[in-house]
Design a protein around this ligand. Structure first.
Ligand SMILES: [Fe+2]
Ligand SMILES: [Fe+2]
Length: 293
């Protein structure tokens, strides 16, 4: 079993500094094997903001993976966006735009979906898609295979399709047999689901996990939050995941596990098997059986 903490949309420069220490404390208490940061580290893409983001990430558990968001190119200054691009992000955060991590149980690949234009939306090029397909195909399907982007490939149907990344259907069709879980941010609303609903990916549905905004003031009607995933696999191809959503509670001044959702790999692909399991419910799969206990 692996615990992966997933934070997103920190927006340094437009964030609540009083949430940083509680966020760090909550992440440390989870003792994650891996930390994912799915973009929008900063608000205006200034060097000062990136310095703040970098300094904060340095205090969090490692290993980590970061992908850039649309705010990591200057959002409010188009000439700067067009000329500087991701140079400041690369200088202060990482110059690796195709990050990759593997251990015995999980394989996580990251991709950059942020572009100079459009300033809000993003896309995944056919070149990136083919590289991802090649890289995922080389990974043992006994591992839980995860793709991290800033822009989502899928959202709950009630949220429509306007905020979904460009060329998403092409990407999902290509990657569905190769990927187990999609992790993204961008819209500042938490959710989980399966690509079976929107894309009818017969036999290969992928689970998607959206993180809210961890510490920014740009709440879209939802309290600050982040996710912690527990994922596991067993011989015979059984896989399962529980997504714990941690939400800020102002009364107690802490992030707490508000709800947990269970997924498992079934004959049609990944499916949500229980919308609400007890927080900290144990997760396990037996050979040939992917049932979260
Ligand atoms: Fe954001
Ligand atoms: Fe964004």
């Amino acid at each position: 079993m692996r615990r992966i903490v997933h934070i997103s949309d920190l927006h340094f420069g437009n964030n609540d500094p009083s949430l940083l220490q509680p966020l760090r404390k909550a992440i440390e208490s989870i003792e994650p094997h891996f930390l994912v940061i799915s973009g929008d580290l900063v608000e205006h893409a200034s060097a000062t903001e990136f310095e703040q983001a970098r300094d904060f990430l340095r205090t969090l558990p490692k290993p980590q993976m970061v992908v850039p968001g649309n705010h990591d190119l200057a959002f409010y200054n188009f000439p700067q966006r067009a000329t500087v691009g991701l140079a400041t992000y690369k200088k202060y955060i990482t110059d690796d735009l195709q990050p990759e991590y593997q251990d015995d149980e999980i394989a996580i690949l990251g991709a950059n979906t942020s572009r100079v234009w459009p300033i809000r939306g993003g896309s995944l090029s056919s070149l990136q898609l083919e590289q991802l397909a090649k890289d995922f195909a080389a990974i043992s399907d006994g591992k839980v295979r995860i793709l991290v982007t800033h822009h989502p490939f899928d959202l709950p149907e009630a949220q429509g399709h306007r905020l979904i990344v460009g060329h998403a259907r092409r990407a999902i069709t290509r990657l569905a047999p190769l990927v187990d879980i999609l992790m993204a941010g961008h819209i500042h609303l938490s959710s989980t689901g399966s690509t079976a609903m929107r894309y009818k990916t017969q036999g290969h549905a992928i689970a998607f996990v959206q993180a809210g905004t961890a510490v920014s003031n740009r709440n879209k009607g939802e309290t600050n939050s982040f996710n912690s995933l527990r994922v596991t696999s067993a011989k015979g191809g059984s896989k399962a995941a529980i997504i714990d959503r941690f939400t800020w509670r102002v009364e107690s001044g802490e992030f707490y596990c508000k709800c947990s959702t269970a997924f498992r790999l079934e004959s049609e692909g990944w499916a949500r098997v229980e919308r609400q399991v007890k927080p900290d419910a144990p997760i396990q799969v037996e050979e040939g059986d992917a049932t979260p206990a």
